[in-house]
Design a protein around this ligand. Sequence first.
Ligand SMILES: CC(C)(COP(=O)(O)OP(=O)(O)OC[C@H]1O[C@@H](n2cnc3c(N)ncnc32)[C@H](O)[C@@H]1OP(=O)(O)O)[C@@H](O)C(=O)NCCC(=O)NCCS
Length: 159
Amino acid sequence: MTTVRAMTLADVDGSAALMAEQPLWQRYQISQAKAARYLADLLARGEQGLVASGEEGIQGLAVHSWQTFGDFGYLRILAAWPGQGWGGRLLAEVEGACADKGVPALFLLCSDFNIRAQDFYRHHGYAQVGRLAQWIRPDIDELIFTKRIEKGRASDGGL
Ligand SMILES: CC(C)(COP(=O)(O)OP(=O)(O)OC[C@H]1O[C@@H](n2cnc3c(N)ncnc32)[C@H](O)[C@@H]1OP(=O)(O)O)[C@@H](O)C(=O)NCCC(=O)NCCS
């Protein structure tokens, strides 16, 4: 059975493989090896990692931290095989972790061409509040999305 749990170093290779197969990270030329180094570094820095994992391996992952624009949450990475429900489930877990910690809003960046993800975030109550032009790559703008998090809302999952 696939469940959501904290990411460990043992999950890094499977998580990196999932990322490297998504057109999103291919556009940023993120190979599996590069993604694995990045994820290991984020965990070493103390960022919070989650995976949806079961017999069929890693089905999704999320990485977030707490200190963006002051003490707001930042969802750095969200990846799942599309349409299986794990993206929404992981997003709810991150929001629940923010609520449990009293973090009042969650920010994230979404590529200007990633219309599916923009629609997904709007569906989940996020609004675009800014644009970083040509921020990571000269041919891509990064859209800033945010959502206010209700205080004290309990996490949906059993972490
Ligand atoms: C974007 C992504 C995280 C969405 O995750 P997902 O697992 O495909 O989405 P889910 O199946 O969990 O969908 C959850 C809910 O969002 C809705 N949804 C999903 N995609 C949607 C879309 N494009 N537009 C509107 N609603 C959408 C679903 O209908 C579902 O609604 P419900 O909970 O009310 O039934 C995933 O497709 C992905 O990882 N894509 C590649 C990497 C990427 O773009 N990451 C985001 C980087 S900013």
